[in-house]
Design a protein around this ligand. Structure first.
Ligand code: FAD
Length: 484
């Protein structure tokens, strides 16, 4: 990251690169390069961009770069994202008269070129702790020229990562108090923004043929097809949060504290992760709405906010402050040591990546969770832990286990390629944010989970039958669609 980073204002945004000479003066258009927070509503980065533009009486636009390849995304993830962006582009224009520009290729080329083309003086960018994004930002800061200032906004977390903590946290217990202390300042209602005073003169050569674009992306990534149950976009996300028919807070929240670890009751979970991952809903909005009903469901809301704020922001903290967030080298010393001491232990089964991908193990419960992920695109949260821990048990060492778990998670989960995913795999396999447990073969002191434990917790056969129906239904509908 550029060495000139400094905290500014309330800390929601910070200067990544000041312009030479007059660092705070906005003299030309403002461009918001959106990538992690793909929404119009409740978006601090957009609010900041519009606010800065209005103060300087200059126009503002939103730019998005579609990479040729980003962490192996397929039709499932890219289709969801682009369909959401198509709606966003229209909503942005209709509600705020702000244009949306979509570029394809490398952001380190397209974004600086666009800034030059429109004479922008301020670039506002989303925060992400992932290394690829941080590298692009560094390169963009180098390439945008002296006259451009670059601001970074953490619109994804309630408390911005750099405000919540300035170091790698050991676990939930060490970050919880820091975040909780800051909530009165950060967990506040969003200001309402209206159309910017100064309008952008839209260049028609930038208009997007969404139908063609989506068709191309879906064809290229067909190996992992789109999902039919998960409607993309901000409105759909709000419906999942608060819809009158099946909304989480309106109809399902009450059983969250008691049933969220039962894979046979997936509706007890919010189902928000696809929307949170692509930024189609703001976590802060979810928290604000949940807090309004805290009196009626105190335990459920408390548990939900623990996941949504503490666990999620802990994952961002890990990826931000631990450069090796997806490798054994990123594990704590005790965990690395114990895993290496047991890396040559005899395994009852060893499966290849292909066997695992095809759910060809001797464990019907694990196979069901793998199939839930491959065909339904969202494995139940409880099963994700069991699933990853078994991969440690069945591969030839922890490095291979971690790489395999991340590969499968990123390829098939609709919410994959996310800090939560890297930390989820690191927690399960490398004990990150966990403690040491009784030593045993293969796992060493890493927390262990097994089939018998699952059987005691929930109806394992019922879950296997449920996934069978789920997969059968998906395959049948697909076959019918092809036949039509
Ligand atoms: P809810 O229980 O309703 O949770 C609401 C939100 O809280 C989630 O959307 C998420 O943003 C946050 N949250 C919940 N649990 C956790 C957690 N343990 N850590 C951090 N944040 C959490 N989550 C992803 O978003 N993407 C992933 O790729 C991903 N991969 C995982 C892999 C493994 C091996 C494990 C153990 C966990 C993984 N998780 C991942 C975390 C968690 O399982 C999912 O966030 C959750 O199941 C998503 O469903 P939901 O939104 O219905 O959950």
């Amino acid at each position: 990251m550029a060495s000139s980073i400094q905290a500014v204002g309330s800390g929601r945004f910070r200067v990544l690169k000041p312009a030479a000479g007059a660092p705070s003066a906005v003299t030309g258009p403002v461009v918001y390069w959106m990538f992690r927070d793909q929404r119009v509503r409740d978006n601090w980065a957009l609010i900041h961009a519009v606010d800065q533009a209005n103060k300087a009486n200059v126009p503002v636009a939103v730019a998005f770069n579609l990479f040729d390849q980003f962490l192996g995304a397929k039709a499932r993830q890219l289709g969801f994202m682009l369909r959401g962006l198509e709606k966003l582009a229209h909503y942005l224009q209709d509600s705020l008269s702000v244009p949306f520009f979509l570029f394809q290729g490398e952001a380190i080329d397209t974004i600086p070129n666009f800034l030059r083309e429109c004479g922008a003086s301020l670039l506002v960018i989303d925060f992400s702790p992932l290394r690829e994004v941080r590298r692009w930002k560094e390169r963009i800061c180098e390439r945008v020229g002296d006259s451009v200032t670059v601001h970074e906004v953490d619109a994804h977390n309630v408390v911005p990562v750099w405000v919540a903590s300035n170091k790698l946290e050991y676990g939930a217990r060490t970050i919880r108090a820091k975040i909780t202390k800051l909530l009165p300042e950060y967990l506040v209602e969003f200001p309402i923004i209206g159309p910017p005073k100064n309008k952008w003169a839209v260049n028609p050569k930038h208009s997007v043929d969404w139908g063609q674009l989506i068709a191309d992306v879906v064809r290229k990534g067909a190996e992992v097809p789109e999902l039919e149950w998960c409607e993309p976009g901000e409105d759909a996300a709000m419906e999942v949060l608060m819809g009158s028919k099946n909304g989480f807070l309106t109809t399902r929240l009450k059983s969250y504290a008691t049933d969220r670890n039962n894979p046979l009751k997936p509706k007890a979970l919010s189902g928000l992760s696809p929307y949170l991952h692509f930024g189609q809903i703001s976590a802060q909005r979810c928290c604000l709405q949940a807090r309004q009903i805290q009196k009626s469901h105190p335990k459920a809301v408390e548990t939900f906010l623990e996941e949504l704020i503490v666990r999620r922001e802990l994952a961002d903290n890990f990826c931000y402050y631990q450069p090796q967030y997806d490798s054994l080298q990123g594990a704590w010393e005790w965990a690395r040591k114990t895993l290496m001491e047991h890396s040559n232990d005899k395994r009852e089964h060893i499966y290849t990546r292909e066997q695992l991908e095809k759910a060809q193990t001797a464990d019907p419960l694990w196979n069901a969770s793998q199939l839930e992920m491959v065909h339904y695109g969202k494995m139940h949260g409880f099963m994700r832990m069991y699933w990853a821990k078994k991969i440690l048990e069945w591969t030839s060492g922890p490095e291979e286990a971690l790489a395999t778990a991340i590969y499968l998670n990123d390829k098939y989960e609709i919410d994959g390629r996310d800090p939560n995913g890297y930390v989820g795999c690191m927690w399960s396999i490398c004990g990150v944010h966990d403690q040491g447990w009784r030593e045993r073969p293969v796992f060493g002191k890493i927390r262990y989970m097994n089939y018998a434990g699952c059987k005691r917790k929930f109806d394992v056969d019922g879950y296997i039958a449920y996934v069978k129906r789920l997969v059968g239904g998906t395959k049948k509908r697909k076959a019918e669609a092809i036949a039509e």
